[in-house]
Structure formats: structure tokens, C-alpha cells
Write a protein that binds this ligand. Structure first.
Ligand code: COA
Length: 154
């Protein structure tokens, strides 16, 4: 069952994020090369991005509940001026992946973006994320650019 996010979901959503994004997040890649930065690990930085999503648009955060427990979520942002919506984060608990939950959440998010007046939706994935690269084109996204992320010690 898909429902709107509630503030009490936040800790579970962060937990799913950290399980799901292991190895497929920019912050984790930074840590693998440079180690923990300023006493903060990749999990701290990645979890913080969920605070940002909820603060920016909690009405556009959806969770998937199975047997009364949250097992996946998706976040969205609206940009009324450009009419381009954004999906910053989606993750499913690894024990529930591969069963259509991500696809169902994606459809809910796209419906929400359409109903909110967005004309386009954008999303990013990493080169090392094979699931994302299979998933997003299958929903209708078309690749428009590739980016390289750099980091240096100061
Ligand atoms: C990517 C993710 C959200 C997909 O959710 P899911 O519930 O596992 O996926 P679904 O079962 O709905 O499948 C959707 C599509 O994802 C792709 N996919 C799912 N599992 C896959 C796998 N093991 N290998 C390759 N592609 C896969 C397929 O295209 C699949 O469509 P299909 O079943 O018609 O072939 C989920 O695997 C996840 O949380 N991954 C870790 C976090 C992450 O990478 N988030 C996205 C960052 S850009």
C-alpha cells in the first residue's frame, strides 16, 4: 500500500536509505577514497539529504507499507516556474527489492508530479548503479547527460 509520508516515518526512511544506497551513493564513493570527513561519515550526509527532501516538500514524499511496516519510499520536488519536477531519492529495503515496489512508488511520484502541474520529471543515477540504469529508461526517462564528480582535500 502506498501512502503519504508522516513525520514518524522519517527514521525508518533514513534507515532504508542507508541500506539501499550502500555502494551506490556519491558520498559513499567519497568516503571510500578519502575516509570519514570532519568526523561525519557518508551515512550522516546521505541521511541529511532526506531531512532536506522532507523539509522542501513533505507532501511529495510517498512510502510503501507492507504488513504495517514501511519498506520503501520516494521523494519529489516541485519547480512551478520551470514545470520540471525532480525525484531526488528512491530506495527500497534490500529484503523487498525486485518485487515491483520501486516501480509502484515511481508511478505514484510521476502521478503526483503531473497532478502538481509539472510537465517533465528528472532523476539521476550513478554509472555504477545498474538497477537505476535499467529502471529509469523502462519507465520512460531518456538519458540527456553524464556528469563526473571530483573531490580534493584542501
Ligand atoms: C532501484 C530500486 C529503487 C528499484 O526498486 P525495486 O523495488 O527493487 O524495483 P522493481 O522490482 O520495482 O523493478 C523496477 C525495475 O528496476 C530494475 N531492476 C530491479 N532490480 C534489478 C536488478 N537486480 N538488476 C537490474 N535491474 C533491476 C528493472 O528495470 C526493474 O524492472 P523489471 O522488473 O520490469 O525488469 C531499488 O533496487 C533500490 O532501492 N536500490 C538501492 C537504492 C538506489 O539505487 N536508489 C536509486 C538511486 S538513483
Amino acid at each position: 500500500m502506498i501512502r503519504r509520508f508522516r513525520p514518524s516515518d522519517l527514521e525508518r526512511v533514513k534507515e532504508i536509505t542507508l541500506l539501499g544506497f550502500e555502494g551506490v551513493s556519491i558520498d559513499h564513493g567519497m568516503e571510500k577514497r578519502f575516509g570519514v570527513i570532519a568526523g561525519k561519515d557518508w551515512k550522516w550526509r546521505k541521511a541529511r539529504s532526506l531531512d532536506d527532501d522532507v523539509e522542501a516538500n513533505s507532501d511529495g514524499v510517498f512510502v510503501y507499507e507492507a504488513d504495517g511496516a514501511v519498506v520503501g519510499y520516494i521523494t519529489t520536488r516541485l519547480d512551478a516556474e520551470s514545470a520540471i519536477g525532480w525525484i531526488p531519492n528512491i530506495a527500497i529495503d534490500p529484503g523487498h527489492q525486485g518485487r515491483g515496489i520501486g516501480r509502484a512508488l515511481m508511478q505514484a511520484a510521476l502521478d503526483y508530479l503531473r497532478a502538481s502541474g509539472m510537465r517533465y520529471a528528472k532523476i539521476e543515477t550513478l554509472e555504477q548503479n545498474q538497477k537505476g540504469q535499467a529502471f529509469y529508461p523502462s519507465v520512460g526517462f531518456q538519458e540527456v547527460a553524464r556528469q563526473i564528480h571530483y573531490l580534493m582535500r584542501l
